[in-house]
Design a binder for this molecule. Structure first.
Ligand SMILES: C[S@@+](CC[C@H](N)C(=O)[O-])C[C@H]1O[C@@H](n2cnc3c(N)ncnc32)[C@H](O)[C@@H]1O
Length: 237
């Protein structure tokens, strides 16, 4: 690989946030069973082993930045035959997702705490994911912070390499210039093709099935348009 797969600096800022009482309870009860630390997986203290985590071999979708877990839980409930890995650094969000999946009795979600880019780079095998989802990544709107944006050429090449042939990279953002950046970067990645190439601007219509999260709600209130992009990993000839 000629380009560093990592954004030069992390795409997130890790604030230690207090858990609510309910979140703490869910964390203590369920994290040991349903959660894993990316740090442990990177050091080799624990394997990256979806088959063991889920007790089966099924199509695997990895979400980067699951936030409070609304989309993750809803999409996992709607697709019981697909296993979902939610990667997030924000503990209250992970705790909230634990509450959602245990209340709903979902067994097809595993939570990972830590940097999804390092995980993809160092542990996720090439060609192993049916999908990668990135919904409303941190927009880093100030020009001097743009280098923190997740969706950059090296990252997109990495994501494409982790998808199985035909696997989908689904991106959504409410920041116009980030949407343009995503499209430019993904269009330039030879291993990907835009599934909506024939539609105006190459944008995918907002899928009905994606729940409206706090971030999308705020975008609507503030008058920003949401853009979805769905790229497919090409089958190598
Ligand atoms: C703006 S929030 C959106 C959350 C959620 N997808 C939604 O639509 O509500 C972006 C989230 O991505 C997480 N994040 C950013 N970079 C990440 C990385 N490299 N690995 C894991 N999580 C990351 C942040 O902690 C944050 O919670």
């Amino acid at each position: 690989m000629t380009e560093a797969p990592h954004p030069p600096i992390p795409s997130f800022v890790h604030h230690r946030s207090r858990l609510t009482e309910g979140q703490q309870h869910a964390w203590d009860r369920w994290w040991p069973e349903r959660g894993h630390d990316v740090g442990d997986i990177l050091t080799g203290a624990e394997p990256y082993d979806p088959q063991a985590w889920f007790g089966r071999r099924a199509p695997l979708v990895l979400e980067i930045g699951s936030g409070m877990g609304e989309s993750t839980a809803a999409l996992a409930a709607a697709a019981p035959d697909v296993d979902h890995i939610a990667v997030e650094v924000y503990e209250p969000g992970l705790a909230q997702l634990l509450m959602r999946i245990t209340e709903a009795g979902l067994t097809n979600v595993t939570l990972l705490r830590g940097d999804a880019v390092a995980l993809l780079d160092q542990r996720v095998p090439p060609g192993s994911l049916a999908g990668i989802r990135i919904f409303f990544p941190d927009p880093w709107p100030k020009r001097r912070h743009r280098k923190r944006r997740l969706v950059q050429p090296g990252f997109v090449a990495l994501a494409a390499a982790r998808l199985e042939p035909g696997g989908l990279l689904h991106l959504a953002t409410d920041w116009d210039d980030y949407a343009q950046q995503m499209r430019t970067v993904c269009d330039a990645e030879p291993a990907l093709e835009n599934t909506a190439a024939d539609r105006p601007g190459g944008w995918t219509p907002r899928p009905e099935w994606r729940p409206v999260t706090k971030f999308e709600q705020r975008a609507r209130v503030e008058g920003r348009t949401v853009h979805d992009l769905v790229y497919r990993a090409r089958r190598t000839p």
